[in-house]
Design a protein around this ligand. Structure first.
Ligand code: NAD
Length: 360
């Protein structure tokens, strides 16, 4: 069987971890035809857009993509390629498993969490108004009229929208995933005590959907409380389902529990396409140094193999990678006891070690 996959190397450390992953996936002896598509800073300079239509078309055609991270300028500059991609392809579910592998330095040896993050709305939809613009002033008057509350006149305004449709859809995804994977519990995470309308709607939608899954336990928790509980007793949790922004933040927290961003894979899944990418970003200060950990991207490749129905190959890669991590020899700096350990290997050498294990 041969698979045509859109490959977006991204920028910063993206091309290095993407290349490492491509080589590991090819070592499974499955056949891949990689349709390379550019996105991010470099293509912005060439084509005037960081997300050319050709990249979107390629994913629409192939229905599956492996993607490296892409830089998003802070403050000004272009909008996030990642947000645009998820919205354009309606990749509504962001799936981020966080599992501790033996050999990783962490205070939490038994974490096995899955974060399910809503990917299309919330404060992340990018509906924002700069302070002093005509639109910001209009909104201020509208809000004053509707609520009697005054927003400071020099405010920038961001819109948080949460719909019942998207909330139900993501919670259903979380329960279906939990059921399919034999998971025991889904926790809906929110701040409905304060954001009664928006987070309240998310919570009510979750409670409604949960009634259809009596075989999976359900609970809800405030996001601040969740943060503390995750740091104290992460093993008490299983599948977490969250609106977009909380999902983004809690994903990094969970990555920290299992050893850092170098170990946290992810997938953005919709009804018509899926894009597999690590949780981490483009870490520009490490770009081009053959230094960072390829594990998160390789594990994203493992998720892609499972999505393609290649569970045997997926298990082989995960086992080989887990062996390399457990041996602790051919691993990158972040997996060594000390970050300045001179025996740490580079991105590409760690991938070589995984490939050698696959060939044993
Ligand atoms: P980052 O995840 O790029 O890096 C933060 C730190 O995490 C790094 O300095 C490094 O210490 C560590 N790290 C990240 N990946 C690692 C790896 N593979 N191995 C070892 N250590 C690793 O976060 P940032 O610096 O906040 O963001 C940089 C850029 O990436 C920003 O422009 C941001 O918008 C973008 N970003 C993109 C995506 C994406 O493309 N999906 C996701 C997150 C951030």
């Amino acid at each position: 069987m041969s698979y045509t996959v859109t490959l977006i190397p991204g920028d910063g450390i993206g091309p290095e971890v993407a290349e490492a992953t491509r080589r590991v996936l090819e070592a499974t002896r499955l056949s891949f035809r990689w349709e390379v598509a550019e996105a991010g800073l470099a293509v912005m300079e060439k084509e005037g857009t960081p997300l050319p239509n050709s990249a979107l078309e390629s994913i629409r055609r192939n229905k599956v993509a492996l993607k490296g991270p892409v830089t998003t300028p802070v403050g000004g500059g272009f909008r996030s390629v990642n947000v645009a991609l998820r919205q354009a392809l309606d990749l509504y579910a962001c799936l981020r498993p966080c599992k501790t592998y033996p050999g990783v330095r962490t205070l939490y040896p038994q974490v096995d969490l899955v974060i399910v993050r809503e990917n299309t709305e919330d404060l992340y939809s990018g509906i924002e108004f700069e302070s002093g613009t005509k639109e910001a002033v209009q909104l201020q008057s509208l809000i004053a009229e509707a609520t009697g509350q005054c927003i400071a006149s020099d405010s920038a305004i961001g819109i948080k929208s949460i719909s019942a449709t998207a909330s139900r859809r993501i919670v259903k995804f979380a329960f279906d995933y939990a059921r399919a994977q034999g998971r025991r519990k889904v926790t809906a995470v929110h701040k409905a005590n304060i954001m009664k309308a928006s987070d309240g709607l998310f919570l009510r939608s979750a409670q409604e959907v949960a009634k259809d899954y009596p075989d999976v336990a359900f609970e809800d928790m405030l996001v601040d409380n969740m943060s503390m509980h995750l740091v104290q007793r992460p093993e008490d949790y299983d599948v977490l389902v969250l609106p977009n922004l909380y999902g983004d933040i809690i994903s990094d927290l969970a990555a920290g529990l299992v050893g850092g961003l170098g170990l946290a894979p992810g997938a953005n899944i919709g009804d018509d396409a899926a894009v597999f990418e690590p949780t981490h970003g483009s870490a520009p200060r490490y770009a081009g140094q053959n230094k960072v950990n390829p594990t998160a991207m390789i594990l994203s490749g493992v998720m892609m193999l499972r999505h393609l129905g290649e569970s045997k190959a997926a298990q082989m890669v995960e086992t080989a990678l887990a062996q390399v991590i457990a041996e602790g020899k051919d691993v990158t700096y972040d997996l060594k006891l000390r970050r300045d350990d001179p025996t740490a290997v580079g991105t590409s050498q760690m991938a070589d070690a995984v490939i050698q294990h696959l060939r044993r």
